[in-house]
Design a protein around this ligand. Structure first.
Ligand code: SME
Length: 151
């Protein structure tokens, strides 16, 4: 499915104020995993209170042991510090990488800003090599901007 077709569905899910935020974020993860064939694991991490670490909030895909990730560790931890998108075409080429599953080949992590502060991120793992383009980045930036509005 095209990203442009998913955008109105993202907005529709997020505006359902009768549902808890966690449920809405879960539906976003599920929407992406179900409709984008190379999105195999989709999750949101957020800064864990005042600690220098990320905590897994909501995800769809294989269960992961990496519920807590210290700032600076792995792709996610690096994005928590850099405030920059991180696109990894080949996870095996990364030194500072936390493996969740042996089948994962690539990853994209996009920071989520609220009032200019990096408070979390969306993380996608793919079992396809080098699938992510600038279109994924622009789409996921849009998603994070919309999510920030309900936080
Ligand atoms: N691979 C990530 C860890 C999180 S899992 O992908 C769910 C990383 O290197 O930070």
């Amino acid at each position: 499915m095209l990203f442009e077709d998913l955008k109105p569905q993202v907005i529709h899910i997020l505006k359902d104020n009768d549902k808890p935020v966690t449920d809405r974020l879960y539906l976003i993860c599920k929407l992406f995993k179900d409709n984008i064939d190379y999105y195999d694991w989709v999750g949101f991490y957020f800064k864990n209170e005042d600690k220098e670490e990320l905590k897994l909030h909501t995800y769809v895909g294989e269960k992961t042991d990496h519920v807590i990730i210290p700032f600076g560790k792995g792709i996610c931890g690096q994005v928590a510090v850099s405030n920059e998108n991180f696109v990894v075409p080949d996870v095996q080429a990364q030194d500072n990488y936390i493996a969740c599953s042996l089948t994962v080949k690539s990853e994209i992590v996009i920071p989520l800003f609220k009032n200019g502060e990096n408070i979390g991120q969306i993380d996608i793992d793919s079992e396809v090599s080098d699938p992510f383009t600038e279109k994924d980045e622009r789409f996921l930036e849009f998603v994070n901007q919309e999510v920030a509005k309900i936080l």
